[in-house]
Design a binder for this molecule. Structure first.
Ligand code: BES
Ligand code: MN
Ligand code: ZN
Length: 493
């Protein structure tokens, strides 16, 4: 999608459709009185007859019948004026793009980026919503389905002076949005393509293109490092495990933020096999890995003046002949022993060794992101990502980033009493608790591997995949976590 910044009067601009934002409670919004005039009172009539209310994401098409250079006007509701937020702008832009696509329109001119926050934030939110809504995953279709992506999206700056400011916001937003689309592509791809070696190759290629440091730790080195927990999960598969390390280290001597992403390219459950219905969804069990990789390419492209490291343990969890089994006792890289009671609680096993490995960077914070527990979906549904951790300030910054990006997070407690659930009769801990507090007991498990490092855990089991489709998140992989993590990292600069 080409994004144009134009200065001039939108009502004098020629496009297939001109989208105009309107408030529910203020009909004097930018251009609306002017448009009403040109169209002989039509807008007034639509409001009076209740045909268009300005309610959030509500839309009405109007044909201009030669009264304006643009063929059609799309009125789109912004809701109450005081309630306008960046996320509402994303939704509105997403709504416009989806509707235009459905009508086979390929060029949209948009005047909806009214002030929510600063002017740049309004522009960024609008473009982000449009780009994210313009996505569909068609790589494996041999026959075209009517996807009709928007080819050109133009926004209006108030005057020529503002154009550079707008263009800067557009450039940055494009970098971030394209990374989200990359993450969606990775998650959407099937597990016969996205294997641990495939992820490693992507990492190498990304490092080359974006200027990141990259190292792949192979099985042999993992053995030397004592990553028994990670290796155990991988043993039931023919796919070799890979530990992918991506580095963005612009500041000499500064302690980095380390991001750790769960990269289970397929989770069958292993010997504790999952039920057959819905198992195909377990190709998405590397959504944390995709989010971390996409975040690293973004911080490099934005040249963020902050040291950031991404670590991705990539494995496949299958019940092969040498698979790990319930009852096995493993010795993690940290030296702590783990009794396996369920081979389907594999994510924490690969994360615990990756997080222990992260200590060599003396991180100022570790954030892990993982499709870790079905219990998180039970607790929070698909609306919020689960947040747990040991550092109030870090959790607060992530919550703020969640509000700013619309990728909301919600905290669950991590009181030491929950550790009772994980007590083992034979080892230092079990790898799974019982039927209760599944997200928290998983978090408690990870806590045992961070020492006193500032740490937060994001459980995206409920948010990584969109079942129905929302304004700017089409049905399928959501790419969740990328915008959240990038926003958090930017807030630290
Ligand atoms: N990858 C799953 C969690 C998951 C479930 C993600 C549904 C996305 C959608 C994870 O490895 C898993 O199997 N967790 C178990 C943990 C249990 C055995 C303690 C679960 O949630 O049932
Ligand atoms: Mn599992
Ligand atoms: Zn899993």
């Amino acid at each position: 999608m080409i994004v144009d910044v134009i200065s001039g009067n939108p009502l004098q601009y020629e496009s297939q459709v001109l989208a105009l934002g309107c408030f529910e409670d203020d009909r004097s919004a930018l251009l609306i009185p002017e448009l009403n005039e040109v169209l002989g009172g039509l807008i007034e009539r639509l409001y009076i007859q209740g045909e268009f209310t300005g309610g959030l994401n509500k839309t009405t098409f109007i044909h201009s019948l030669g009264n304006l250079p643009s063929e059609r006007i799309l009125l789109v509701g912004l809701g109450q004026k005081d309630a306008l937020t960046c996320d509402r702008l994303r939704q509105v832009a997403g709504t416009v793009v989806q509707l235009a696509r459905a009508k086979g329109i390929t060029e949209v001119a948009s005047m909806i980026h009214l002030q929510a926050g600063t002017m740049e934030e309004g522009v960024a939110a609008t473009i982000e919503g449009a780009m994210l809504a313009n996505y569909s995953f068609n790589r494996y279709r041999t026959k075209k389905k009517g996807e009709n992506p928007i080819e050109r999206f133009s926004i209006f700056a108030p005057g020529p002076d503002h154009v550079p400011l707008y263009e800067k916001a557009v450039t940055e937003t494009r970098i971030i949005s394209e990374a989200v689309l990359f993450a969606r592509d990775m998650v959407s791809q099937p597990s016969n393509v996205v294997t641990p070696p495939f992820l490693a190759e992507e990492g190498i290629e990304m490092a080359d293109v974006f200027g990141l440091g990259c190292r792949i730790i192979e099985q042999e080195e993992m053995e030397q490092l004592g990553m028994d927990a990670l290796l155990a999960v991988s043993r039931g598969s023919r796919q070799p495990p890979k530990l992918i390390v991506l580095e963005h280290l612009p500041n000499r001597g500064e302690r980095p933020v380390v991001l750790v992403g769960k990269g289970v390219t397929f989770d069958s459950g292993g010997i504790s096999l999952k039920p057959r219905d819905g198992m195909e969804m377990m190709k998405t069990d590397m959504a944390g890995a995709a989010a971390v990789m996409a975040t690293l390419r973004t911080v490099a492209a934005l040249r963020l003046p902050l040291n950031v490291v991404g670590i991705i343990p990539a494995v496949e969890n299958l019940p092969g002949g040498s698979a790990y089994k319930p009852g096995d006792v493993l010795c993690s890289m940290s030296g702590q022993t783990i009794e396996i009671v369920n081979t389907d609680a594999e994510g924490r096993l690969i994360l615990c060794d990756a997080m222990w490995y992260a200590r060599r960077y003396e991180p100022r914070a570790i954030i892990d992101i993982a499709t870790l527990t079905g219990a998180c979906t039970v607790a929070l549904g698909t609306v919020a990502t689960g947040l747990l951790g040991n550092d109030m300030d870090l959790k607060h910054l992530l919550s703020q980033a969640g509000e700013a990006t619309g990728e909301r997070v919600w905290e669950l407690p991590l009181w030491e009493e929950y550790g009772e659930l994980m007590k083992s009769d034979i080892a230092d801990m079990k790898n799974a608790g019982g039927a209760t507090a599944g997200t928290i007991s998983a978090g408690w498990f990870l806590l045992q591997f961070v020492g006193d490092t500032s740490w937060a855990h994001l459980d995206i089991a409920g948010t990584a995949w969109e079942e129905k489709g929302r304004a700017y998140v089409p049905k399928g992989a959501s790419g969740v976590g990328v915008r959240l993590l990038v926003e958090y990292l930017r807030s630290r600069c």
